[in-house]
Design a protein around this ligand. Structure first.
Ligand SMILES: [Ca+2]
Ligand SMILES: [Ca+2]
Length: 189
């Protein structure tokens, strides 16, 4: 790691083989935390920059993608995973509470980000087979974007249904609550 201010180089061991790095600002102090998701145990190991303390959060299962982002817009990244087999996003909000959102399907790549600039991360997936990005904005609105290789423009169109592009109606979106801060999602599958 090269410090952008001083130019000094430091190293830190945080994680082991098989861990997935999930750098994000979980405590909202403006500095990115060292964090990893361990698929084998569904555990997140976060080293907070503000306190230099570490936390272990159990959230997710072995086949999940970690998708940390500030979904509730409080300035702190939320622990979250996308489970392709179910097409579900499991979010543990930093502000409190949890949510489950159906968006995407198997083989989709999660690409969450604040696409509309409202300060909250939007749930989104990229479908490689079709070259389409599907967005579910934090406002609840949806959209999709098809990028055509070789074309000079990118068009934004109405969504045809996120679960299956051949569907004529949008897939239902459900949000349910999960109790308990350290919920092992493997047991809910
Ligand atoms: Ca931080
Ligand atoms: Ca947050």
């Amino acid at each position: 790691m090269v410090n952008s201010g001083s130019g000094t180089v430091t190293t830190l061991q945080w994680g082991v083989s098989g861990d997935i790095p999930v750098p994000a600002d979980f405590d909202g102090d403006g500095r990115t935390e060292f964090a990893i998701f361990r698929p084998s145990t569904g555990q997140w190991y976060i080293r907070y920059s503000s306190t230099q303390t570490a936390a272990v959060v159990t959230w997710g299962a072995s086949q999940d993608f970690p998708v940390a982002g500030d979904y509730d817009g409080d300035g702190r990244a939320d622990v979250a995973v996308f489970r392709p087999s179910e097409g579900l996003w499991y979010i543990r909000y930093s502000r409190g509470g949890t949510g489950t959102v159906a968006w995407g399907t198997v083989n989709d790549v999660p690409v969450a980000g604040d696409y509309d600039g409202d300060g909250r991360a939007d749930i989104a997936v990229f479908r490689p087979s079709a070259g389409i990005w599907y967005f579910r904005y934090a406002t609840g609105a949806t959209a999709f974007l098809r990028s055509i290789i070789g074309a000079s423009s990118i068009s934004i169109q109405r969504p045809p249904g996120i679960r299956n592009a051949r569907e004529s109606k949008p897939a239902p979106t459900r949000t349910t609550s999960v109790s308990g801060l350290a919920c092992n999602l493997a047991r809910t599958a």
